[in-house]
Design a binder for this molecule. Structure first.
Ligand SMILES: CCCCCCCCCCCCCCCC(=O)SCCNC(=O)CCNC(=O)[C@H](O)C(C)(C)COP(=O)(O)OP(=O)(O)OC[C@H]1O[C@@H](n2cnc3c(N)ncnc32)[C@H](O)[C@@H]1OP(=O)(O)O
Length: 218
């Protein structure tokens, strides 16, 4: 697995954010519209053709595979294809994880609003999506102990169905033991817990330690 660096100035970085964030937001709107539309067949056929044309235009110049996990020389994370936080990924909710201090009782949190694209049970969030969100927030909380870590084991306790709409995830103080870190988190809707998660995160041998950090993912 390779993490790459992009030699971007801060201005170039912000320029790319300004270019791609609206594109991703527009596509996210499109995903929602496709699920909820009730227009006639001719309009659907016409929309399909238009979308194919847009896709062809974007494919005119492409990288060969996935986006990868890139960082700027200043250390800004650019996991822009990431399934949960990717700035260029319209299927990412998107989640912005706000990290505080590793000594805070809630070390990290994320607020997100999930719409029709994340449905499992009627009107409620798919269980796999709940797990997806927890994985990212727990992983970021675990990595705040100084070692970036991969998920070894993830256990979710689904206490009640989580309705689509706004929700919050809070991660609590992680417990590090060498290369292993235990992280816990809760999912809340209107202040009531709908699910709890516990994950064991393991840092592969030889992983470069991070300085403890605060801020936002992406
Ligand atoms: C300014 C810059 C900002 C940067 C900001 C960065 C933020 C960064 C945020 C990242 C946020 C990511 C959030 C998403 C995280 C994913 O989604 S990661 C993707 C899913 N996970 C994977 O693909 C992991 C796949 N597995 C592996 O790569 C390897 O099995 C692992 C997990 C690295 C472990 O391999 P290993 O190091 O060779 O393990 P090994 O030496 O055999 O065992 C070490 C210890 O762990 C235990 N262990 C090993 N595997 C497991 C397991 N699966 N379960 C439980 N225990 C295990 C062993 O029993 C052993 O325990 P002890 O005997 O020491 O007590």
């Amino acid at each position: 697995m390779e993490f790459t660096y992009e030699d971007l100035t801060a201005d170039e970085y912000h320029h790319r954010v300004a270019v791609y964030q609206p594109l991703t937001a527009a596509l996210r709107e499109l995903l929602d519209a496709v699920i909820r539309t009730e227009v006639d067949d001719a309009t659907v056929h016409s929309a399909t053709e238009t979308i194919s044309e847009v896709t062809a235009a974007l494919r005119a110049q492409q990288i060969p595979g996935a986006y990868g996990v890139r960082h700027t020389a200043e250390g800004r994370g650019m996991a822009w294809g990431n399934a949960v936080i990717g700035l260029r990924n319209a299927i990412a909710p998107p989640l912005t994880v706000v990290r505080g201090s590793v000594t805070d009782p809630v070390v990290a949190h994320a607020d997100v609003e999930l719409g029709a694209a994340y449905e499992g049970p009627p009107g409620h969030v798919h269980g796999g999506v709940v797990s997806l969100l927890f994985d990212q927030v727990l992983g970021e909380a675990a990595s705040m102990t100084g070692l970036p870590s991969y998920t070894g084991t993830l256990t979710i306790r689904y206490l009640r169905p989580t309705p689509l709409g706004p929700l919050r995830i809070e991660a609590f103080t992680p417990e590090r033991d060498g290369r292993k870190t235990l992280a816990r988190a809760a999912m809340l809707v209107d202040g009531a817990v709908t699910a709890e998660a516990e994950g064991l995160f393991i840092s592969p041998r030889g992983m470069t330690p991070l300085h403890p950090f605060a801020g936002e993912s992406r």
